[in-house]
Design a protein around this ligand. Sequence first.
Ligand code: HEC
Length: 271
Amino acid sequence: MKIMSNNENISFWQRFLKSMTKANELGREEDVMLDHDYDGIKELDNVLPPWWIWGFYITIAISIFYYVAIHILGWYGQEDEYQAELKAHEAKVAKYKADHPELFKTENLIAYADAANIEKGKELFTTKTCTACHLTDGGGSIGPNMTDDYWILGGGFQNVFNTITKGGRPGKGMVAWESTITQKERRQLASYILTLRGTTPASPKAPEGDLWEGVKEPVGSAVESVEEVANDLKDGVEKIVKEVEEEVKKDAKKVEKIAKEVKEVKKKIHK
Ligand code: HEC
């Protein structure tokens, strides 16, 4: 589109650009030159371009809009957005748990039957200070005898696992180990404790609790919970990191050795 004005043949677009920049015509520099002279660098007295000023006003308007919308009217907020996202993810987790109950319910865990896990349980029984109250042979002192068929809090894997996890009756001294011993380790401990049945400790404490006849429980290590898998992965990664660190250390030593040799050779050359 061409618009004629002042006998000048300039387009609407060109006029628009001109009004947005208010730039002085080329060749008029002399008229608008300021008498500043910074080491030969001179300054023209141009006005701020209207497009820039408009941009500035628009950002001010936008900031006022957001201030009112977020802080006064509460239409929107990062906190709300975060909470909404959190809720959406929690719902997903809940759904996953509901869809895969076998992965999250400890009721599905059974005792380990393999020697390695039982051996680990035995080791944990000492390192986790269980022996302080139950004695190394499980004969009992502050805690009850765990070699007989009597159990205060119920025998069998599920009950024993649950006691270790949640603790005994309040005030009796058996605390909950849920937060300090991993699920896998609690499972190893419970599996080991069950193997003490029928052994003869040095000075067995008299039976406490009820006779546990129970049902014959399945054993084995087929069932793995998410928590166990996660722990195994973590252990694996930690092992790899350690190995890499060792390798790096070894390499660093080699480099040091070579550097020394180079120094010595240099010395010889200088002689
Ligand atoms: C501070 C002493 C103390 C320590 C340490 C301790 N226990 Fe106990 N434990 C007890 C007492 C006391 C009871 C009986 C709880 C009750 O009567 O409610 C008990 C009960 C138990 C029972 C159930 C016995 C039954 O008859 O029902 C198991 C299983 C058990 N402890 C395992 C462990 C394991 C595994 C550890 C180590 C991680 C441990 N305990 C550490 C004092 C202790």
